[in-house]
Ligand binder design. Structure first.
Ligand code: NAD
Ligand code: AHE
Ligand code: ZN
Length: 369
């Protein structure tokens, strides 16, 4: 069938809205009508050309929500009419990773996903016979997409697509990093670097679990007001303090953070996030994604003296199990998504969403179809 999609033809170039041919779902796959999709910084990162796995031409987008319209042979867990959220980390419940409680990184289809292909090593997208790559196994910048059955989370039917699409990445990543990865405990002192679409959800998660101090750091002063609404107790603009940031934060947190989170994707700041942690027990979680060739550095002494460096993908969440629960939290008023969705627009305006993100004007832009 013919669909409408925003196509990324080359790094650094705007997306173009085009008619794309989409083949129907094969065995074990589902076709989803995407009703809404958020734009995450990771989409901008891949479009910029910094992603070592970035492929072109491709249909980007990984923060969607929609309705199943067709299922391939053998699909049993969802049916046409079901509301779903696409998962860039699937949950097969059968691979060694799914069977190990220590990780959420299901590897059942990771190789072909990284090649921009479906599990049978072919693409469902083409234009005039030319192959268009899938992206993160989701390709939500299209009004229809095809996904493996293991890469969709079935959610309740009354959930609004234009809000819960954000659970497909940002909300789950931020809140999950606090709950699943760091396991922040009540009373903890938390420092969050970067108060965008991810960092504000880290703040929201830290408040939920009862952190006593939540320090937010951003060079954009406009982030202060919203972060306070989500639970930030102290704001630090690195451009406005005297001296080095790390000793400033150690002092502010009375000896160092129990937990810090890097939500920017800047390797220099990842170092600061580790080194502002408390000697003996502070844990720093890297969420931000850094460009090809970039590396993190610190003195090994930082680790020898008890600080711990961790990373978190999709907040450590197992999508088919955890995403429906987070949708319930939203529907029950336990988490705030509405105030983080600052802009809503049609697909034709998607390049504007990238501009707003770069200019620091938006938290999350959502495209509705
Ligand atoms: P965003 O653009 O919405 O937010 C980034 C924030 O960092 C902005 O508020 C910006 O002002 C701030 N910032 C930039 N440079 C800074 C600096 N030097 N000091 C302090 N603040 C600075 O981005 P986002 O959507 O929140 O994504 C954040 C990062 O997380 C990106 O690298 C993204 O790719 C990554 N990410 C990772 C996962 C994962 O599963 N690990 C999931 C989603 C996003
Ligand atoms: N392709 C990049 C890495 C990108 C990355 O780390 N992606 C995160 C999700 S970001 C969502 O906004 C992730 O889930 N990683 C786990 C995985 O298996 O990709 C690179 O450096 O190659
Ligand atoms: Zn994302």
């Amino acid at each position: 069938m013919e669909i409408k999609a925003a196509v990324a033809h080359a790094p650094g170039k705007p997306l173009t809205i085009e008619t794309v041919r989409l083949e129907g779902p094969k065995a074990g796959e589902v076709m989803v009508e995407i009703k809404a999709t958020g734009i995450c910084h990771t989409d901008a990162y891949t479009l910029s050309g910094k992603d070592p796995e970035g492929l072109f031409p491709a249909i980007l987008g990984h923060e969607g929500a929609g309705i199943v319209v067709e299922v391939g042979a053998g699909v049993t867990s969802v049916k046409p009419g079901d509301s779903v959220i696409p998962l860039y980390i699937p949950e097969c419940r059968n691979c060694p990773y799914c069977l190990n409680f220590k990780t959420n990184l299901c590897q059942a289809i990771r190789v072909t996903q990284g090649q921009g292909l479906m599990p049978d090593s072919t693409s469902r997208f083409s234009i005039g016979g030319e192959k268009i790559h899938h992206y993160m196994g989701t390709s939500t910048f299209a009004n229809y997409t095809v996904l493996p059955e293991i890469a969709v989370a079935k959610i309740r039917e009354d959930a609004p697509f234009d809000k819960v699409c954000y659970i497909g990445c940002g909300v789950t990543t931020g809140i999950g990093a606090v709950i699943n990865t760091a396991k922040v405990e009540p009373g903890a002192r938390v420092v969050v670097f970067g108060l965008g679409g991810i960092g504000l959800n880290v703040i929201q998660g830290a408040r939920m679990v009862g952190a006593s101090q939540i320090v937010g750091i951003d060079i954009n002063p406009a982030r202060k007001e919203l972060a306070e609404k989500f639970g930030m107790t102290d704001f630090v603009n690195p451009n406005e303090i005297e001296g080095d940031l790390v000793p400033y934060l150690v002092d502010l947190t009375k000896g160092g953070a129990d937990y810090s989170f890097e939500c920017i994707g800047n390797v220099e700041i990842m170092r600061q996030a580790l080194e502002c942690c408390h000697k003996g027990w502070g844990v720093s979680v890297i969420i931000g994604v850094a460009g090809a060739g970039e590396e993190i550095r610190t003195r090994p002494f930082q680790l020898v003296t008890g600080r711990v460096w961790k990373g978190s993908a999709f907040g450590g969440a197992r999508g088919r199990t955890d995403v429906p629960k987070i949708v319930d939290w939203y529907m029950e008023g336990k988490i705030n998504i509405d105030d983080l969705i600052t802009h809503v627009m049609p697909l034709e305006k998607i390049n504007h969403a990238f501009d707003l993100m770069k200019q620091g004007e938006s938290i999350r832009s959502v495209v509705t179809f």
